[in-house]
Ligand binder design. Structure first.
Ligand SMILES: Cc1cc2nc3c(=O)[nH]c(=O)nc-3n(C[C@H](O)[C@H](O)[C@H](O)COP(=O)(O)OP(=O)(O)OC[C@H]3O[C@@H](n4cnc5c(N)ncnc54)[C@H](O)[C@@H]3O)c2cc1C
Ligand code: FES
Length: 273
């Protein structure tokens, strides 16, 4: 948690390792100066002193509190700087903020997860959580799409999950290469071939806006009710605390009321994607 006397003061953390996940994506393994507790789906503001901060959703298990992993795609000023950091560097963590996944409500259900690109980062944290409660779940199905095979992150995760009873994973790519032998097509096409008992299921969607839009549409066509679909929304953020208004989406502060919403809660908001 941040210093209680100054809500903007970050917790110091040492960068222990940097894992290259794809040409544009790296995972930062951080050791906070004290225990850091979060719920899966909540986000943090991660900073580099003198450079700036940006919101990210931890990609590690919330059950591990002495280490934190954050998977960062290089998109602009702060993330480019982060990608050049080496182990030993100091970083800052504010948070955790917002509302994560209501995993207790997932008990007894089949969880269908649709992910694309760097959207697999929050999903990985959710998968670790679901793995820790497998006995309370019916089934977990992960459908993931990346632009190319090289852009797929956490590759070993897929085979590991497939070896666990009740877990199924499926991957596709938009553009193939010489070695890829799996399906080619956008992530939503994977939904055509999965078997799921929709009445006893919830769906989780996280990825680029275009995938979220068409993924949600497809889930509704499949028969999912609006309150069975959970979306992790990304809006430009600053304070993370419901104070600055940067993250407004309709009447919601994404930082405080989200970032996880059901489709039922936000479907009326114009220009949502
Ligand atoms: C709740 C939340 C969780 C997130 N989790 C992750 C994560 O786990 N991993 C990850 O790589 N990224 C995540 N993001 C996106 C990440 O915050 C942005 O990529 C980052 O802020 C870009 O900072 P920058 O200074 O490098 O880019 P900038 O120089 O600020 O901008 C570069 C480009 O990125 C766009 N951009 C800037 N901020 C955001 C934003 N918040 N969301 C979407 N696009 C943005 C800009 O419009 C611009 O086109 C998350 C965002 C939110 C709101
Ligand atoms: S980021 Fe400031 S109000 Fe949400």
């Amino acid at each position: 948690m941040a210093d209680i006397n100054n809500i903007y003061k970050p917790l110091r953390a040492t960068l222990e390792d940097v894992i290259e996940e794809s040409p544009l994506i790296k995972t930062f393994v951080l050791v906070p100066e004290r225990e850091f507790i979060f719920r899966t789906g909540q986000f943090i503001e991660l900073s580099v002193e003198g450079i700036g901060e940006a919101p990210f959703t931890p990609s590690s298990s919330p059950l591990i509190t002495d280490r934190l992993e954050v998977t960062v795609m290089k998109t602009g000023f702060v993330t480019e700087y982060m990608h050049d950091l080496k182990p030993g560097a100091m970083m800052g963590i504010r948070g955790p903020y917002g509302r994560g996944y209501p995993v207790d409500e997932f008990k007894g259900k089949e969880i269908l997860i649709l992910g694309g690109g760097c959207g697999l980062a929050p999903i990985r944290s959710l998968l670790f959580t679901l793995e820790s409660m497998t006995d309370k779940l019916e089934k977990v199905i992960l459908c993931y799409g990346s632009k190319t095979p090289a852009d797929c992150i956490y590759k070993p995760l897929f085979s590991r999950l497939n070896s666990i009873d009740k877990f199924e994973t499926y991957r596709t790519v938009d553009i193939t290469d010489d070695e890829w032998e799996g399906p080619v097509g956008v992530a939503t096409t994977l939904l055509d071939n999965i078997r799921v008992d929709i009445d006893r299921s919830v769906a989780v969607v996280c990825g680029p806006p275009i995938m979220m839009k068409y993924g949600t549409k497809r889930l509704v066509e499949m028969g999912y009710r609006d309150n069975q679909i959970y979306l992790s929304m990304e809006k430009n953020m600053s304070c993370g605390l419901g104070k600055c208004g940067h993250c407004m989406m309709g009447e919601f502060f994404v930082c405080k009321d989200g970032p996880v919403f059901t489709w039922d809660e936000i479907k009326h908001v114009p220009e949502i994607w």
